[in-house]
Design a protein. Sequence first.
Length: 320
Amino acid sequence: MKILTVQNRMGIGDMVIFLPFIEAISKKFSTPVSILVKENSKASQFLENNKYIDKIIILDRDNNKKGSHDGIRGFLKLINKLKEYNYDKVFIFNSSIRFNLISRLSGIKEIYQYPLFQKKNQHIIKTAQNFLKDKINLNVESNPEILIDDSFVDKAKLEYKISKKQLNILLGIGGSGQTKRIPFEIFLKFMRLVHAKHDCRFFLATGKNIEEQTILNKILESEFKNKCLPLDKLDLKRILPIIKNCNIAVCNDSSFSHLSSALGVETIVLMSDTPLLYGSYSPRMYPIIPDGENTVTHNTRGKDRINPNKIFEQLNNILN
């Protein structure tokens, strides 16, 4: 039996969120499944050794409807691509008629999909849970896990001189949007608090755009320069074993908060401008919201009101 799953959302975070649902399908039918995902999901960098996934097919179509799988030609190209694999079933985690037609014209006999034309206000997790419960009677918990071979973790420990005698902290200081990047001053205040109590080492995870690099450089110019290891020049395959070696993570709502929690690291998530769900769906996530707010969502714009004392308090609660 050959099974395809379609997860067409962009980004690493959404890919991590959908992992339990994809893996549950594989377990249900006792066979690895293929996934159709976008390039920026980075699935090929952290799922290539996942035993529940046998093939990663890249969907070349962005949110601006550009790419080789867009338009009529792209529609036909993707159909021909999927025909090569002779899939028996497909699970489509969206309400798009386009993917329904592509699946039918690819010759897939059993098509399971969200209700068509009902994209508006879909809850990213509950909709997926209800979908699998309704279609194949599966109850799936929202608890993504990424597994890494112990040999890679041990190799990273040696290569980067990661000591168990220190408190190793991942700091996810980047973020995909300007309103989600907590100012460097707040990170430094937190670092001073934790450094006064613990012998720490900080692993700085961020992207390469100008603002993220500015935050990184400000921290590296501080008194903690010799306590920090920047990860921005490493690819994801090399970063993941480093994260796995960390005792705890403090991250903006970014790809690194999703990755660290899925790797089993207790993760404090700094939520400033996106729905609270994205920093609380995993049992290893501990959200911090801006002072003066009862919750957080789009346009909260609270990055300057994240309290470093509350981050430190949560860290101590986790460690104790």
